[in-house]
Design a protein around this ligand. Structure first.
Ligand SMILES: O=C(O)CCC(=O)C(=O)O
Length: 305
């Protein structure tokens, strides 16, 4: 990475000097070795698997999703749908309905190579969450730093996220960034990672049991920080990323701090994040069943803070 384009998150330019920014370590060389995969996950908090998934299958998911975006008027009709060029004013970031009634997406994410990977990593029968997160990130947008455990920590914490780019996502389009070794940061593990975005403090006068992260237990929307620059400086580690291609996969723990780079292109960036665990372990009921309750009213819990 010698000539990097300007890279930012939440509108804040990231320091791309070698002390502050780097590339994810690829792990395809150990893909068949369960013990090595587990050791590396424990050490790095993520596994970056370039080309692990079938590129053509990923591209057929892209076709299905971009066609829906086009049908709903989010894409510029002057371009082929596969280019996913945003119509000016398309203001999207999160679009889970793109996974509903989408058999090609379900085949990619919940059968075949994906499930084979988790059976090897976890060493037993695997279940996935029924909810599929789809990011359709419009130009100018990015995702703030957070850990997944605050959104899905009511079951086992031996739970992993697959971040799957649905198309090529170079640094201009922007994809996942991971904060190095953050999954082992004792302060984060003892504080932020203990929170639950659907819990609210019933002993606080201004508590509100409704919105995401409202009610005094955690910051609004559950974000760890709205400043990826000062967060990195405070932890003294690097933001890590890659020039992602369709077929790549990044797997990470629910305690790994991650975010995404601001989309500086004219495309809508497409990716999915999906979750996997051993079938024998407790599951977070918010994300299971034909219509998961997600962060809806039934998910809210009063706690004493
Ligand atoms: O793709 C993104 O912008 C964010 C992804 C994410 O937060 C996740 O995979 O948990």
């Amino acid at each position: 990475m010698t000539t990097l384009p300007p890279i930012s998150c939440l509108g804040k330019p990231l320091d791309t000097s070698p002390e502050a920014f780097g590339l994810l370590r690829p792990s395809m060389d150990i893909i068949d070795d369960a013990i090595e995969l587990r050791q590396r996950m424990a050490e790095d908090g993520y596994l970056y698997l370039p080309g692990y998934l079938d590129r053509d299958e990923v591209l057929s998911v892209r076709r299905a999703m971009t066609q829906r975006l086009a049908d709903d008027g989010y894409l510029d009709p002057a371009y082929d749908v596969m280019e996913s060029i945003a119509r000016p004013g398309s203001d999207l970031a999160f679009k889970p309905d793109l996974a509903l009634d989408n058999p090609v997406a379900h085949h990619l994410l919940y059968t075949g190579r994906m499930m084979a990977f988790y059976s090897r990593l976890l060493g037993g029968e695997v279940r996935h969450y029924d909810f599929t997160w789809v990011r359709a990130v419009a130009p100018g947008k990015s995702t703030p730093p957070h850990c997944d455990v605050v959104y899905m920590g009511r079951g086992t914490h031996q739970l992993y996220t697959s971040w799957t780019p649905i198309g090529d996502c170079g640094l201009e389009v922007g994809g996942l960034i991971v904060l190095e070794k953050s999954h082992r940061n004792p302060k984060l593990l003892a504080n932020y990672c203990q929170k639950d975005v659907d819990a609210w403090c019933e002993n606080r006068r201004d508590a509100a049991p409704t919105g995401l992260g409202e009610g005094g237990n955690i910051g609004r929307h559950g974000w760890l920080s709205k400043d990826p620059v000062s967060l990195r400086e405070r932890l003294g580690v690097r933001w890590l990323t890659a020039e992602y291609r369709a077929g790549d996969l990044v797997v990470f723990t629910v305690q790994t701090v991650h975010a995404s780079i601001t989309n500086r292109s004219n495309q809508i960036r497409l990716s999915t994040d999906t979750r996997y665990q051993l079938a024998s372990e407790p599951v977070d009921e918010r994300w299971i069943g034909p219509k998961p309750i997600a962060h809806g009213p039934e998910a809210k819990r009063g706690i004493i803070c």
